[in-house]
Each structure stands twice: as C-alpha cells, then as structure tokens.
Design a protein around this ligand. Structure first.
Ligand SMILES: Nc1ncnc2c1ncn2[C@@H]1O[C@H](COP(=O)(O)OP(=O)(O)OP(=O)(O)O)[C@@H](O)[C@H]1O
Length: 251
C-alpha cells in the first residue's frame, strides 16, 4: 500500500450560511484511481476547485507529498503537480490539437503565452506534445483544429492538456458527462492506461465507469466523506446505500 500523495484534512468551503464542504478528510494514494461519488449538490465540484486552488478554502489543509499547498494560487499548484481537466471552453478551438497540448507543455516550462511560437519550430516541444497525443489515441488528429474534433475527442483533448503539465495528481470532474457509450468507453480505457503513472481523483456520475475504474471510492454527502473503501466495500456499506441512494442498491 503506497503512501498518500494528496492528503486533505478538515477542509471547509462556505457560501454564506451554506457549508458546501465541511470537515472533509480524504487521502489519495500516488498509484490509485480514486473515485469521488455522491448525490447532486454534495460538494464534489467545489472540492475539485479547492484542491486545484481555483477556490480558496475557509478552513483545513491540503498537502501534496507532505507540502502544504493550501495557501498557494492555482498556477503554483500546477507547478507542484496538481492538474485538473477543464470543460471544453478551455480548449483553444481554432488552434490545432497538437498546438493546444504544446501550449500546456510550454506553460509548465514556465513560459508565458506571449512567447508562444508555432510548435513546428520547437522540436522538443512538438515531440512532448505528440507523445501526450499518442497516449490519448489522438495522434492521427494532431494537425486538425480542435473545433473539428468530435465531442468525445474534445473531452479527451482536455485531459491531454492537463496531462501536458506533467501532473502527479490529476483531477477529473465528470469526464464522461454528455458522452455516448462508445465515447465513454474510450475515456475509461484512457483513464485505465493512466493507472500507476499518475494519481487520479475522478468525480463521475456514471457508476459503471466508477466501479470499473476505481481502486477506491470515497462517498461525499453534505460536504463530508462518509465512507472510503474498495468498490466492493462501498457497494456493501449500508450507510452508503442509505445516504447515497435512499436505500436502493448502488448498482
Ligand atoms: N459559487 C457558489 N455560490 C453559492 N453556492 C454555490 C457556489 N458553488 C456551489 N454552490 C452550491 O454548493 C452546493 C454544492 O455544489 P457542487 O457543484 O460542489 O456539488 P456537486 O456534488 O458537484 O453536484 P453535482 O453532482 O450536481 O455536480 C450546491 O448547493 C451549489 O448550489
């Protein structure tokens, strides 16, 4: 069993009187796919924002590899190895697929976007971006504009942009949302290939995908983790079945 890479203790985020995350504790190991499930409004997306640093926390700590990152801005967390995939709105639609990934590689190297040069002039950059596309199964689309990709491929590209920052902790917020069965299964295969190379925290409503992919699952209810365990443990946990599904079987 590996040591936790990400450790969250007593985390809280409050909007007015509403505590969206509240005394939240969670550990993600460095070699696991860890799924976070919970009813609508439980606070899953808010937690992803707090980990990524796009929302400041009101209490608690977030440590990555024992370094406290709670007070760091989002950009500094990316440099430390935390990446999240954003919605398609984060993709530069008119740029090529390869250039989109290369921009993220370049950002990781600490260059600002104003120094962006066509990727074709920078072999190392191009090779690194191409390797990411290979990993995603998008190599054949490298020179197409991002906007010409199918919906499923655009969502894969989002993950590619996150991977291009060479994360140790990858946050995926509903990567299968809006996908048909075929596209979902490509995303599942892609996440499967990441296992062991990068720690993955996966928020997903598609329970088939969750139970297929997760090494462990945490269940969030009213902003707190009520249970963490293997898929089998979670499936059999009476508190989870009661709280999450109102008493119905989880699958
Ligand atoms: N910026 C905000 N201001 C006020 N309330 C917010 C804000 N962001 C989220 N909330 C509220 O916090 C609660 C949790 O939202 P969040 O999106 O984190 O839940 P979730 O578990 O991701 O839900 P879903 O599964 O439906 O995506 C909701 O009641 C939401 O309305």
């Amino acid at each position: 069993m590996s040591e936790p890479l990400l450790e969250i203790q007593g985390l809280r985020k409050q909007f007015g009187a509403l505590r969206v995350t509240d005394d939240l504790h969670l550990q993600v190991r460095r070699d696991e796919v860890h799924a976070l499930i919970g009813p609508n409004g439980a606070g899953k997306t808010t937690l992803i924002h707090q980990i990524a640093g796009t929302l400041a926390s009101d209490a608690g700590t977030i440590t990555l590899d024992t370094h406290d990152v709670t007070a760091l801005p989002a950009s500094a967390r990316v440099q430390r190895g935390i990446a999240r995939s954003y919605q398609i709105t984060n993709v530069f639609r008119r740029l090529s697929v390869l250039d989109n990934v290369a921009l993220a590689v370049q950002a990781r190297r600490g260059h600002s976007f104003s120094f962006w040069r066509p990727v074709v002039r920078d072999t190392a950059l191009r090779d690194e971006a191409a390797a990411v596309l290979d990993r995603l199964g998008l190599a054949e689309h490298a020179l197409r504009s991002a906007q010409s990709l199918s919906y499923g491929d655009q969502r894969l590209l989002e993950v590619g942009i996150a991977l291009a920052t060479a994360p140790r902790m990858l946050l995926l917020d509903e990567p299968m949302a809006g996908m048909g069965p075929q596209e979902s299964s490509r995303m599942v295969e892609m996440v499967e290939r990441l296992r062991g190379h990068v720690a993955v925290l996966l928020v997903e409503h598609d329970m088939d995908a969750v139970f297929r992919l997760a090494d462990r699952i945490s269940v969030l209810v009213y902003g707190s983790v009520i249970a963490t365990g293997t898929p089998q443990e979670i499936r059999c946990n009476p508190d989870v079945v009661q709280a999450y599904l109102g008493g119905e079987d989880i699958r």
